[in-house]
Design a protein around this ligand. Sequence first.
Ligand code: ADP
Ligand code: TYD
Length: 215
Amino acid sequence: MNNTKKKNVNKGNFIAFEGIDGSGKSTQIRMLDARMKEKGIYCYTTMEPTDSPIGSLIHQIMMGRIKTDNKVIAALFVADRLDHLLNDVNGIVNKINEGTTVITDRYYFSSYAYHSVDMPMDWVIKANEQSSHILRPTVTVFIDTSPDTAVERIAKNRFHQELFEKKSRLIKVREKYMEAFDRLKEEECVIKVDGNRSEQEIAEEIWQKIKGFLK
Ligand code: ADP
Ligand code: TYD
């Protein structure tokens, strides 16, 4: 297919979900995916960190099997994200160009929020510049769940020894999300929904708020 033809194809929407751990992202992605399918819109759902070799390395670091500096972890997320976008086999950019709607559980705002707890946000934004140039989300959905509620939800499902530590980190991450949204409010389309409610109420608000942005 030549370039002129490619430009005429309608591009798919790119929807990024963000929120602290346990905020309800994967639940809401499942519900949005089901709603879109009912309307005849097929979505490709994906997540970061990915299951690529770079993503697997990140998972091993997060499990404590490999030790490295925070800057290295932030840089691995940058590389994982670029592969997520550009991979020949299942990269997001190809899917969007083919007209497929893509929903991702986390994108660059996760880096801005999580890594800037330990290093300057400017550095993190700059390090992710290529991804933001390649593909900005049509809309980013931030599920704003209080760290108390998120930690309670996590505790219900998994055994966690360090819940107190986890909560104080999530409080900082949530603040960093807010700072990043404020800094980038001119160039990014972000909608925020209160995540401390029932799954159905949140799903309904997300749908009402995003449907106007979708092409
Ligand atoms: P995330 O993907 O953001 O980590 P999940 O969707 O996996 O969050 O949700 C974390 C846990 O909380 C899961 O057990 C899920 O069933 C539960 N959960 C998600 N949304 C709600 C909600 N609105 N109310 C109560 N529990 C929820
Ligand atoms: P995961 O188990 O997928 O958690 P969740 O279900 O909450 O998304 O782990 C993802 C973790 O990686 C989460 O704690 C956030 C973190 N993360 C970063 O630190 N930087 C990033 O760029 C991304 C995408 C995730």
